[in-house]
Design a protein around this ligand. Structure first.
Ligand code: KG4
Ligand code: ZN
Length: 350
């Protein structure tokens, strides 16, 4: 049982959210004290994340967000700093890491380089005791940049292995691309989700799928074929019903995830599933996961929507797990665009 109180400052700048958070670990339980998130609007103009603009907006807003997150907390009480070091846009990551290292140097506190994707999984431990006895845990991260599954072999010490990923587009990326084709705006996920729900609420008959559900080999994902099928349908049916197309695209995109995760639950005999990432906010996905939970009598942990999207609380929480796992805290570290490169930080640490 962890008795001491630890205050952790989290910093997230890997993509288009500038976020700073303070999280408290006390009596083995994690509580979020602040979690300020600024979603950069500038990318709406481009219909996707523009890396240079992302970096410039992070540098413009970081101090404002930092001050807001620390409004009612004395920065000298911070014991530990967690920052996203990978994966992400290099310039954007560098801004967050430089901020974290500077604060760490001034306060003389350790700075932990965090895998953003592990953050999406571990944020599920908000308000849960850390000794929460989980075994046979699998993880699903579905976001604008990733569609990954994991096996969480152990929580403390933390041991996570990747099972599968996407062969082409990430699921969130495919929502964003279809939204762009349909002129719906960016990010596409929440807009398509809403239009799909409208269609479903108006249609009482049994709906026959319009697009095939992708099924590449193994546990992997693929979204490029679905994108082509939707584009072709729109081209061949100029008077298409927008809500109907959104419904059917979403149906196939989400069913693909559900089918793969169902297979993983069976094959790995999972008792727990941790879900995270922006697409985890999707209403149809949440319904389908509830069905899986009932069918397999497993426990599915999924964050409330504000903690699905990129945020710094998840980074602070993952930093706690890493801090408790690796007794030797690193003196310095680099930033990495990919998860595989970044994980070498930990795999080479004794
Ligand atoms: O995790 P996140 O905030 O950033 C990345 O790390 O990528 O995820 C953003 C992605 C975007 O592609 C967005 O369209 C998608 O999550 N998204 C959704 C929904 N809300 C956000 N996709 C489907 N349904 C939603 N309700
Ligand atoms: Zn993310």
């Amino acid at each position: 049982m962890l008795k001491d109180k630890i205050l952790v400052l989290g910093i997230e700048t890997s993509c288009d959210e500038t976020s700073v958070s303070v999280v408290k670990l006390e009596n083995g339980s994690i509580e979020i004290l602040s979690n300020v998130i600024l979603s950069q609007d500038i990318h709406k103009i481009f219909g996707g994340v523009y890396p240079e603009q992302a970096f410039r907006k992070h540098q413009e807003n970081m101090i404002i967000i930092l001050k807001e997150a620390l409004k009612s907390i004395d920065i000298r009480e911070i014991d530990l700093i967690g920052v996203t070091a990978y994966p992400g846009l290099v310039g954007a990551l560098a801004l967050g890491v430089a901020t974290a290292k500077t604060i760490g140097a001034i306060l003389n506190k350790p700075v932990i380089p965090v895998n953003h994707l592990w953050g999406h999984l571990l944020v599920n431990f908000t308000n849960l005791p850390l000794e929460y006895n989980l075994q046979n845990i699998v993880g699903l991260v579905i976001s604008g940049g990733h569609t990954n599954t994991y096996i969480i072999k152990n929580l403390i010490p933390l041991k996570i292995e990747k099972i599968s990923s996407t062969l082409d587009d990430a699921v969130g990326e495919s929502f964003d691309k279809i939204a762009r084709i349909l002129n719906l705006g960016f990010p596409g996920g929440p807009i398509i989700d809403k239009l799909a729900s409208n269609y479903k609420s108006k249609t009482s008959r049994n709906i026959k799928p319009l697009f095939p559900v992708p099924n590449p080999e193994n546990y992997n994902f693929s979204y490029s074929g679905l994108k082509t099928a939707v584009s072709r349908y729109i081209k061949n049916n100029p008077n298409f019903n927008l809500e109907e197309v959104c419904y059917h695209f979403q149906y196939s995109a989400i069913k693909h995830i559900i089918n793969k995760i169902e297979k993983i639950i069976q094959d790995f005999e999972a008792n727990f599933l941790l879900v995270g990432g922006g697409v985890a906010a999707n209403s149809f996905l949440r319904e389908e996961l509830e069905n899986l939970q009932n069918k397999y009598k497993i426990e599915i942990l999924i964050p409330k929507p504000i903690l699905c999207t990129d945020n710094a609380a998840m980074i602070a929480i993952a930093a706690i797990f890493l801090y408790l796992t690796y007794k030797n805290i690193l003196q310095t570290f680099d930033i990495y665009p990919t998860e595989e490169e970044g994980n070498q930080i930990w795999y080479s640490t004794k």
